[in-house]
Design a protein around this ligand. Structure first.
Ligand code: NAD
Ligand code: ZN
Length: 253
């Protein structure tokens, strides 16, 4: 077994309030591209085109956003072995919560209960009217796009519809941030998975736990901005590393 993985297992053994902090990398093995990896979305698309301000002021940006959502596969993706490993940890009573930057809903699709998942950047599975706040499944909006409405508006008030995700330049959901930090204050170990740990304030969550002196493990393919703060960095694919880590920790209980 990889030496770093062995160290991670040793450091996390006996912990029962683990906090997982996940990024786009945990879902690439489900077929969803990340943003900053070698095949990331930012190698093809300029993030400046998808700010909140652009979205509310430009019908063209909204058309492109819905067209991209429809073709992205995000809505239909299925969880992978890494998502399932976190469910196993929870079932064994070792996982306090999973704070995610992802918007794909794959932690819940794998079987993690809603109350164990904190979505810092929202979810692509719901959409809402920016005027009256009416909330609906994104599949309903995409069906309208499919039927020919390229910039669908609210059926009640005519307002702009937007997927319930946090865009660039948009406020983070306050309640989710507060909850994530409270969980970081109570965790007895933290594992960051598949994130460059470069998007703040989200990336402060694992740091907050690590600053209390609890073990901090990073599982990622490639460098992250917090490698030097981690107690151990396991270089590898989430779909390989997480099942091995979870099995060893569950076996040690
Ligand atoms: P990121 O794109 O900045 O970084 C992903 C990291 O994961 C990279 O270092 C990459 O090399 C690594 N990686 C890729 N596949 C991996 C695998 N199988 N195993 C281990 N590591 C792997 O991701 P981020 O830090 O989450 O930031 C991107 C932002 O974009 C997030 O805030 C999120 O809201 C959003 N986003 C979400 C999704 C999603 O919901 N699945 C997808 C893309 C982007
Ligand atoms: Zn409305």
């Amino acid at each position: 077994m990889d030496g770093a993985l062995e160290t991670a297992i040793r450091m996390l053994s006996g912990k029962r309030r683990l906090l997982a902090f996940t990024g786009a990398g945990i879902s690439t093995e489900s077929g969803i591209p990340d943003f900053r990896g070698p095949d990331g979305v930012w190698t093809r698309i300029d993030p400046k085109e998808f700010t909140y301000r652009r979205y509310v002021t430009s019908a063209e940006t909204r058309r492109r956003s819905w067209a991209m959502r429809k073709s992205s596969g995000l809505i239909d993706a299925r969880p992978n072995a890494a998502h399932r490993a976190l469910v196993d940890l929870a079932a064994a009573g070792l996982l306090a919560a999973c704070v995610t930057q992802n918007i794909d809903g794959l932690h819940q699709a794998a079987g993690l209960s809603d109350d164990l998942v904190v979505e810092l950047h929202g979810t692509v599975h719901r959409s809402r009217c920016l005027d009256c706040g009416d909330d609906m499944p994104t599949t309903e909006v995409l069906a309208r796009v499919e039927a020919g409405e390229d910039d669908p508006h609210c059926a009640d008030c005519g307002g702009i519809l937007k997927a319930a995700v946090v865009s660039f330049g948009e406020m983070m959901p306050r309640a989710a941030m507060d909850r994530a930090f409270a969980l970081a204050d109570e965790a007895d170990g933290v594992v960051a998975i598949g994130s460059t740990l470069s998007v703040y304030p989200a990336a402060d969550v694992p740091v907050r736990a690590a600053a209390r002196g609890v073990p901090y493990v990073i599982v990622n393919r490639g460098d992250t901005e917090q490698d030097r703060w981690a107690d151990v960095k396991v270089e590898g694919s989430a779909g390989d590393v997480l099942p091995a880590l979870a099995a060893a920790l569950i076996g040690a209980t």
